[in-house]
Design a binder for this molecule. Sequence first.
Ligand code: NDP
Length: 245
Amino acid sequence: MSKVALVTGASRGIGASIAQALGKDGYHVIVNYSGSQDKAEAVAASIKEAGGSAEVYQCHVQDFEAVKEMIKHITSTHDSLDLVVNNAGVTKDGLLMRMKPEDFDKVIDINLKGAFNVIQNVSRPMLRQKHGRIINISSIVGSIGNAGQANYVASKAGIDGLTRSVARELAPKGVTVNAIAPGFIESDMTDVLSDEIKDAMLQQIPLGHFGEVNDISEAVKYLASDSAKFITGQTLHVNGGMYMG
Ligand code: NDP
């Protein structure tokens, strides 16, 4: 019987890489997406082609009722839900003075409230089965801040705090909760940045290059593995040395 993993925002970028890595690791993977159905289906197909097992599920993570339905669907069609990766995330950048309140709300709703929605709905089945792993994708900027990203940084600092609090609540039943804070990883999210910004970033990375999506999926595999069974409430930084906490 294979273990079951839910990865939110798994149609592209880091989430797609995490879904594929977990598929190779023997998990049945639920590939959640928001709008990119074709891409999500392609990710699920690639997992199956590699010999794994996967399904897609559309749901906006900021919609509590829709998330509740998604988790109900997973727990009613599978024997367990072993791993959840809260990866779905968006940016809506702008300097504080010009940031529209709705852009602040949107980023908090998807990045932070979305993770809460998933965690609250998976915590009961995980507590009942007395095991589970929750991994939240944070960001380096949640620790160091970033001009022009007040909304996004607040959401990611919130993810780190949420991780530590929930880790304390769920630990007595053997459920671990950790965060991974990527540095600059090449994906659609970072492709939109200007060459000037990318050059400035590169100067700040001691290892001298940007990260790849599989740098993050490898870290997920580690935190999901038995090797990490005594690790909870942590934020693991994967950033080429850009920030050393
Ligand atoms: P991408 O923009 O490449 O992909 C974002 C993913 O999130 C897509 O699969 C998208 O689905 C999904 N998504 C967006 N909104 C929602 C929603 N409301 N409900 C469900 N899914 C949604 O981003 P990355 O792969 O670069 O980033 C993944 C995570 O890593 C994010 O949390 C991001 O903040 C974090 N991160 C990324 C860094 C980087 O350098 N790339 C650095 C630090 C952190 P769809 O395709 O259907 O729209």
